[in-house]
Design a protein around this ligand. Structure first.
Ligand code: NDP
Length: 259
């Protein structure tokens, strides 16, 4: 408890799934948290639920579209007004865009990059000046195992996620002298609406889910809370020398050559 006491955090896409779990874990560890979520109503509902379990004075929902730099800047400003300067940013908002490269529309390409890569950059750009000035800060980017592995038919999502890893490493190095750490987390399959939507999009959703389970060395799907625990660690003062790194949370799947 209180591993993030006194810290102010902003988590994008925190209305549900991994982002909501991270926001909940951060508040439980004593941080004040802004849930920067596209859908205002979803963010409000999650914020109310976290406030009821923990400290209502430490939770604020701010409707935010990560594809719009001005929207992210406004959320950071609102966080500063409510709680103080942002110490921790989690760039979590993301969408699946899975298509065939040659039949994919230009809109699919742009939609994917607008959220999955520009969104992360917009977040970093909004908090970095303050972090650099204060000489402290932690940015955690939620990448994916798609940031270094490829599954056919998932284009261009892995291209954007490779970019998130590149951005993490580049910014981690740029701002290391100012004590600003930039790290990534690469989750494998985690049980969220995003994953359920993907299973449901398959011809046989039940079989698709079982296939995912069979791929996992631990024979299970990960939980959002398991990603949140690592986000707490990277955000905290327990990881002062971890920078420009990526922690994989996939039960060992990407280490497996083949069964
Ligand atoms: P969910 O779809 O459950 O949640 C994503 C959240 O991001 C939603 O609340 C969504 O809001 C929000 N969001 C989408 N677009 C925007 C935007 N433009 N601005 C602000 N918020 C936005 O996904 P997960 O929790 O599963 O995924 C979270 C992150 O983890 C993503 O970056 C994803 O790529 C990554 N990831 C997930 C894995 C998994 O297996 N679940 C595996 C690897 C990586 P709304 O509902 O209002 O659209």
């Amino acid at each position: 408890m209180n591993r993030l006491a006194g810290k102010v955090a902003l988590v994008t896409g925190a209305g549900r799934g991994i982002g909501a779990a991270i926001a909940r874990a951060f508040v439980a560890e004593g941080a004040a948290v802004v849930l920067a979520e596209l859908e205002g109503a979803t963010a409000q509902a999650t914020a109310r639920e976290i406030a009821a379990q923990h400290d209502a004075a430490k939770v604020l929902a701010v409707p935010t579209d990560v594809t719009q730099a001005a929207s992210v800047r406004a959320a950071v400003d609102e966080a500063a007004r409510a709680f103080g300067p942002v110490d921790v940013l989690v760039n979590n908002a993301g969408i699946n865009v899975f298509a065939d490269p040659l039949t994919m529309t230009d809109d699919d390409w742009r939609r994917c990059f607008a959220v999955d890569l520009d969104g992360v950059w917009n977040g970093c750009r909004a908090v970095l000046p303050g972090m650099v000035e204060r000489g402290a800060g932690s940015i955690v980017n939620i990448a994916s195992t798609h940031a270094f592995q490829i599954i056919p038919g998932c284009f261009p999502y892995p291209v954007a996620k490779h970019g998130v890893l590149g951005l993490t490493r580049a910014l981690g190095i740029e701002y290391a002298p100012r004590n600003v750490r930039v790290n990534a987390i690469a989750p494998g399959y985690i049980e969220t609406q995003l994953t359920r939507d993907w299973w449901d999009s398959q011809p046989d959703p039940k079989a698709a889910r079982l296939e995912t389970l069979a791929l996992s060395p631990m024979k299970r799907i990960g939980r959002p809370e398991e990603v949140a625990m690592t986000a707490v660690f990277l955000a905290s003062d327990e990881a002062p020398f971890i920078n420009a790194s990526c922690i994989t949370i996939d039960g060992g799947r990407t280490a497996l050559y083949h069964d």
